[in-house]
Design a protein around this ligand. Structure first.
Ligand SMILES: [Zn+2]
Length: 286
């Protein structure tokens, strides 16, 4: 990781959408909670102002989190978060949709520029999406494998996006072993895939869709996996938990997901908070 002092004469960075509305944010944060996956730039695009919200989350006890990248060159706009709140980490990576970009090599080069410039804690989010079928499966797989190799080169864990692609994700992970582990984010598969991922050294992160009506397989996995491999995320601004469904999601909603998982496992909220914090900091040394 590169210390921010080395940024030299880079222009002042921050959010680009200033057309945001100040709204009273409904939060459900108990001190010590972690949000292991959110997108501040996309929250900003939806009219929320993370520069205003992050101080509020921290004040209410959010003790850590990681802001995800999706495209080459998007790290600079997000680096301010980590600068002001060192407990909030940043990840950089090319989302599966970037496989549609004909200049993949250039994009990968730009990604390594970000990794050389900013204090990036993980490669993500990267992976495969066979729901939206970006580009071709081969191009998605090439992009994914290349980024695992980059993560290994930079000693970084990876954050995996897997939509309807269990089989291909497993194959890629066998062929390109991530040496520093990572997270299966927004886990949406079943217990057997969770178990296999844990055996491969991954943490399993659950998002708001765990509270949706048709998500029995996800709830089953959240109930059965070992507590020391479990993480919790909002995936903001997407996937608002059932209780606030229809609203733009933000990390202040993280508590709804913790409550759902604590109830499923029949454990105290405090025990889950402690376990998730330990898990997060075992993966990311801050
Ligand atoms: Zn995401």
């Amino acid at each position: 990781m590169t210390p921010l002092q080395n940024l030299g004469s880079l222009p002042k960075y921050g959010m680009t959408n200033n057309n945001t509305k100040t709204i009273s944010i409904q939060t459900d944060i108990t001190p010590g909670m972690i949000d292991s996956h959110f997108h501040s730039l996309m929250m900003n695009e939806k009219g929320l102002n993370p520069e205003e919200f992050f101080p509020e989350y921290i004040k209410r006890g959010l003790s850590g989190g990681i802001d995800m990248g999706t495209r080459a060159g998007d790290t600079k706009e997000r680096a301010w978060i980590h600068e002001r709140f060192p407990q909030i980490l940043i990840a950089s990576g090319l989302y599966p949709s970037e496989a549609e970009n004909p200049r993949m090599i250039d994009r990968l080069d730009l990604l390594t520029v970000d990794l050389n410039t900013f204090p990036v804690a993980a490669l993500g989010e990267i992976g495969l999406d066979y729901h939206w079928n970006y580009a071709t499966p081969k191009l998605q797989k090439d992009l994914f494998s290349n980024q695992i190799q980059i993560a290994n080169h930079y000693d970084l864990p990876i954050i995996i996006h897997n939509r309807k692609a269990d089989q291909s994700v497993s194959e890629i992970l066998k062929a390109n072993r991530p040496e520093f582990g990572g997270i299966m984010h927004c886990f949406s598969s079943d217990y057997s895939f969770a178990k296999m991922s844990i055996d491969d050294g991954f943490y399993i992160s659950f998002a708001g869709n765990i509270s949706y009506k048709g998500s029995q397989a996800i709830r089953d996995a959240a109930q059965r996996i070992p507590l020391d491999r479990l993480l919790v995320e909002t995936d903001s601004p997407y996937l608002s938990p059932q209780k606030v469904r229809g609203q733009t999601n933000h990390p202040g909603h993280i508590g709804y997901i913790y409550q759902e998982i604590a109830a499923l496992r029949g454990i105290d909220l405090e025990r889950l908070i402690t376990a998730v914090r330990d898990n997060f900091y075992s993966l990311f040394i801050v």
